[in-house]
Design a protein around this ligand. Structure first.
Ligand SMILES: *Cc1c(COP(=O)(O)O)cnc(C)c1O
Length: 403
């Protein structure tokens, strides 16, 4: 890489960027192409392209096995998997969906599509996720469901949430998009709560171009979801649910997802190496704390999230600007939090002090299939350089508006 000797060498100030092709935080897995073609042969032979052809059927069986759960139902996206499952699980007549504010950007939109109301709760400062303690104060007579997304590193307290939902007789739905491979003391992710949601978007662990799926132990729910995604029809083609839609996964996407699933153990090994490289590199950078994976349980080592501590010399936004200019597409971690975003629909947002504090401190660093260990070395070098040159960089940034 072009080594940075002085502040002027930073791309933000006119130097050449470290990466000509930017490194992102998207996974962008490229599974084996021959395997993808072999799985595609299944639907080509059968001349079935959508609505439950052989690749989708095989994928659903394989994913159910993978998550050790009774049922897997695929969808055209994680978004619609979430929306249709919330529609199926929410207590009829009740309107509020409890969810954290420090989470996936589109979460409240999904709820708004259903005509329901997001009710934001705070998060646990260690886990960065909701917990039984942070949900409890928000349960009221109008609560329809608890929507529990796992954080992007490690898992939320499954046991506490399951117990709370049981005690309060509320449906509990996990968004496990970022925890596909993970396990908790309660067992493998996939079989917890009433259902769990996953995505096959190209930026997630399993690439199916796009798509999503639900896992559940509940056969009645599984049947209902299979019908909801397919015009509300049952297997014989009779319309049994009047609010069904067209949200099935197509066969080609299922074929890529199957090839991705075949590669998952290898991917986790590659991710572990990336994580180790970040771990040893960032250990020399004071002011930055890498969030550690809980290695006592299965983990995909997928996302690299760091906390900028009080002694980190620049603001997070300044840091991200410098990195982005270098082709390092670092991003702020779920900021601004959802309850601080303007939204065109009603939502309930009590004061969320922990969320607001945390929302200022974290950022995601590049990871995934297209980031190699050498790239990570360059990323660490830039952070070391920023820390060493913080004073002149800060002066430069603040003295004149940088284009
Ligand atoms: C990406 C994502 C989704 C949505 O999945 P899509 O397949 O992109 O619609 C839902 N929840 C979380 C936590 C996500 O990161």
């Amino acid at each position: 890489m072009p080594g940075k000797m002085q502040v002027d060498d930073l791309a933000l100030f006119g130097g050449s960027p470290v990466f000509a092709i930017a490194k992102s935080t998207s996974n962008l897995l490229q599974p084996n192409f021959e395997q993808f073609m072999a799985y595609s042969d299944l639907f080509l032979q059968a001349q079935r392209y959508i609505d439950g052809g052989p690749a989708v059927q095989l994928l659903e069986r394989r994913l159910a096995e993978f998550h050790r759960v009774a049922h897997c139902i695929t969808f055209c996206s994680g978004f619609w998997a979430l929306a249709l499952t919330i529609a199926a699980l929410a207590i009829p007549g009740k309107r509020e969906i409890i969810m954290p504010s420090l989470t996936y950007r589109r979460m409240p939109d999904i709820v708004a599509w259903l005509g329901l109301t997001p009710h934001f709760c705070d998060v646990d400062p260690q886990m960065l996720s909701l917990s039984a303690a942070t949900v409890t104060p928000h349960i009221n007579d109008n609560t329809a469901l608890i929507l529990a997304p796992h954080p992007i590193v490690n898992c939320c307290d499954v046991r506490g949430l399951v117990q709370l939902a049981h005690e309060r007789k509320l449906p509990l739905f996990f968004d496990s998009v970022e925890s596909v491979y993970e396990s908790t003391p309660e067992g493998k992710i996939g079989g917890q709560g009433h259902a769990e949601a996953f995505s096959l978007h190209a930026c997630k662990l399993l690439n199916g171009f796009g798509g999503g799926y639900i896992t559940t132990q509940d056969s009645k729910l599984a049947q209902q979801l299979a019908s909801l995604r397919h015009y509300g029809m049952d297997e014989s083609g009779k319309v049994v649910l009047s609010y069904g839609m067209n949200a099935s996964l197509n066969e080609m996407h299922a074929a890529l997802a199957l090839a991705s699933l075949d590669d998952v153990e290898h991917q986790v090994q590659r991710n572990r190496e990336r994580y180790r490289t970040y771990q040893s590199g960032l250990a020399q950078v004071s002011g930055i704390r890498l969030i550690a994976f809980d290695e006592q349980h299965a983990t995909a080592y997928k996302n690299i999230v760091v906390e900028l501590l009080d002694d980190w010399p620049l603001s997070r936004e300044e840091t991200i600007r410098i990195l982005n200019a270098e082709g390092i597409l670092a991003r702020s971690y779920y900021a601004p939090p959802l309850h601080c975003k303007p939204m065109d629909f009603a939502f309930i947002a009590p004061p969320l002090p922990v969320t607001e504090w945390l929302a200022e401190r974290f950022m995601n660093l590049p990871c995934g299939h297209l980031v190699c260990n050498q790239d990570i070395g360059h990323i660490v070098d830039i952070l070391v350089f920023i820390a060493a040159q913080a004073e002149p960089i800060g002066t430069r940034l603040r003295s004149r508006g940088v284009a």
